[in-house]
Design a protein around this ligand. Structure first.
Ligand SMILES: Nc1nc2c(ncn2[C@@H]2O[C@H](COP(=O)(O)OP(=O)(O)OP(=O)(O)O)[C@@H](O)[C@H]2O)c(=O)[nH]1
Ligand SMILES: [Mg+2]
Length: 237
C-alpha cells in the first residue's frame, strides 16, 4: 500500500519538470499578478504595506479628502476580519471595497483579481491596495502593483528596515508616519533612512503626519506625479 503524499509537495515526472519547492506558490502568484497588470493598463496601482496600525487607512482617508475633485481614487483593503477600514474610507467618500482574508496574514494576487470583478474602476486614476498589517509575508506577494509604498511609524522603532529587509528592498517609497510623535519616542529619522538605503539604495523617503498634515502636500505631489507618469497626462491644479 502506498502512502498518499500531499499534492503540494509532489515531484512531477515527464517532459515538463517543475521545481519541487514552496516557491511554486509564488510563481503562480506572479502569473496572476501579470494578469492584473494586463487588466489595468491605465490605472496606477499602489500596494500600501506596513505593520498593523502604522496609519495606512488614515493616510488613505487624508489623501481622498485632499485630492477630491482632482484625482479619482479607489481602494481595495485587506484585513483578516471586519469591514472596518472600508467603512472608514467610504465615510469620507472613497470608493472602497474590503477583502476579508479569513485570517491570512497577507493579500495574494488572486484575491485582487477576484475583487476587481466587484469594484467599479471606470475613470479611476489610482487604485490603492491597503495590505494586511505585516512587514513579513506581504513582501513576497506581487499584487500586480506599479509601486509599493511602505509606512513605518515612529512608534515602531527605527531598527525595522534591517530587521525586515525584504519589505524595504521591494518598496519604491518609505513613508515615515506619525512624525507628530517624534518628540516622545526614541526614533531617529536619519538612522531609519540610512538603514533603508543600505537595504535599497533607490528607495524614496517621505516623512508625514496625518494628524498635523506635515508632509501630506509632498505625499500628494509624489502621488500626482506618479499618476501623471503612468497616464501620460497632466492633472489640472
Ligand atoms: N499620532 C498619530 N496617530 C496617527 C497618525 N496616523 C494614524 N494615527 C492613528 O494610529 C491608529 C492606527 O491608524 P490606522 O490608519 O488605522 O492604521 P492602519 O495601518 O490602517 O492599521 P491596520 O489596518 O490595522 O494595519 C489610529 O488610532 C489612528 O488615529 C498620525 O499621523 N499621528
Ligand atoms: Mg487599516
Amino acid at each position: 500500500m502506498t502512502t498518499a503524499r500531499p499534492k503540494s509537495n509532489q515531484a512531477s515526472v515527464g517532459a515538463v519538470q517543475c521545481e519541487n519547492t514552496t516557491l511554486n506558490l509564488l510563481k503562480v502568484n506572479d502569473f496572476v499578478a501579470k494578469a492584473i497588470r494586463d487588466r489595468l493598463p491605465d490605472v496606477l496601482v499602489i500596494n500600501v504595506c506596513s505593520s498593523p496600525g502604522s496609519g495606512k487607512t488614515t493616510l488613505m482617508q487624508e489623501t481622498g479628502k485632499r485630492l477630491a475633485g482632482r484625482l479619482n481614487m479607489a481602494v481595495l483593503v485587506g484585513d483578516p476580519k471586519t469591514e472596518r477600514d472600508a467603512i472608514r474610507m467610504r465615510d469620507v467618500g472613497i470608493n472602497a471595497l474590503q477583502i476579508v482574508t479569513g485570517g491570512m496574514c497577507h493579500i495574494e494576487a488572486q484575491m485582487i483579481y477576484q475583487a476587481l470583478d466587484h469594484i467599479d474602476l471606470t475613470g479611476v486614476d489610482v487604485l490603492f491596495i491597503e495590505n494586511v498589517g505585516n512587514l513579513v509575508c506581504p513582501a513576497a506577494f506581487d499584487l500586480g502593483e506599479d509601486l509599493r509604498v511602505t509606512l513605518l511609524a515612529t512608534t515602531e522603532g527605527d531598527d525595522k528596515p534591517k530587521k525586515y529587509p525584504r519589505m524595504f528592498l521591494t518598496s519604491e517609497l518609505m513613508v515615515v508616519s506619525k512624525a507628530d510623535l517624534l518628540p516622545y519616542v526614541p526614533f531617529k529619522v536619519e538612522n531609519v533612512i540610512q538603514d533603508a538605503r543600505d537595504v535599497n539604495p533607490d528607495i524614496e523617503v517621505l516623512t508625514i503626519s496625518s494628524t498635523t498634515g506635515e508632509g501630506l502636500d509632498e505625499w500628494c505631489n509624489w502621488l500626482l506625479a506618479k499618476v501623471e507618469a503612468k497616464s501620460e497626462r497632466v492633472i489640472p491644479a
